[in-house]
Write a new protein. Structure first.
Length: 277
């Protein structure tokens, strides 16, 4: 299972570090790391308090830059403000990671507005910095965005290149959940290109990993993709087996299965037995 912090755990951690005068012992990096937890708890007064504290105790221009970045994100600033911060960050000593993060965020803004070409420009700039500082985890995020842009623009060959590189980086990391998702992402691209054998192999690897991780959502994605391929190849029985197994996984974990599974099973049953009515 994943290592996400529950709301109760988040509240306990934040309270321990910020109640009373405890916050005075919190430095800027820790204060910034606590802000997402406070946001999860919808404690917006604490978010503001942490932001002000982080700004007050910043030790140098670089820490102030990270505080400004967080502040711009919180108030949902215009893209131009982030562009200005990125330019400023590239001039700060050891500011490469900050500049890369800001450029990546600008890319995400462009992606949200479906400005795919502009998105790729900013993400590519971020990638160059991340390559320079050997930030492999950051590169994975960059490649994922480029892969998404390529798919939405129907540039599947380019999506394949970016997805393969992302998979290579994750294979050499300890991020098993990320690896599981990358396998399914690449499988989807292969299937879209019609290279079904490669897609089946990748989906199967993702499914095996999701079983090891007991990740039901990962199982759902992989089995749904395998069912897609079976249906394309008119193997309706095979598709129903994958979807039935997926349905049983949700039930075994005490989770409500997505309604799409039952709806698709019913539709496949009608395809398998067209004269059943």
């Amino acid at each position: 299972m994943n290592g996400e912090v529950s709301a109760q755990q988040a509240k306990k951690i934040v309270s321990m570090l910020t109640d009373g005068g405890a916050i005075e012992n919190v430095n800027t990096p820790l204060a910034l790391r606590l802000i997402p937890l406070a946001q999860e708890l919808e404690d917006f007064s604490l978010v503001e308090r942490l932001l002000e504290h982080a700004k007050k105790v910043s030790e140098d221009e670089l820490e102030s830059g990270w505080v400004e970045f967080e502040q711009l994100k919180i108030v949902d600033s215009q893209q131009e403000k982030f562009v200005e911060l990125a330019a400023k960050s590239e001039k700060i000593e050891n500011g490469e990671a900050l500049a890369a993060a800001v450029l990546h965020h600008i890319g995400l803004i462009c992606l949200s507005h479906e400005n795919y070409d502009e998105c790729k420009v900013f993400i590519t700039r971020s990638m160059r910095i991340r390559e320079k500082i050997s930030d492999d985890s950051g590169l994975v995020y960059s490649l994922a965005v480029l892969e998404t842009c390529d798919k939405r623009q129907d540039n599947l060959d380019s999506a394949l290149v970016h997805g393969a590189r992302k998979l290579e980086l994750l294979t050499n990391s300890n991020d098993q959940e990320g690896l599981m998702e990358a396998l399914s992402d690449l499988a989807h691209t292969q299937a879209s290109l019609g290279t079904f054998d490669a897609a089946i192999d990748l989906y199967t690897q993702s499914l095996e990993l999701s079983n090891d991780l007991e990740d039901v959502s990962g199982q759902f994605v992989a089995r749904w993709g395998l069912a897609d391929i079976c249906e394309i190849q008119s193997d309706y029985q095979g598709a129903m087996i994958h979807l039935s197994d997926c349905l049983h996984s949700f039930i075994a974990f005490g989770l409500q299965p997505p309604v799409q599974i039952r709806e698709r099973l019913e539709a496949l049953t009608n395809l398998e037995n067209p004269n059943s009515d």
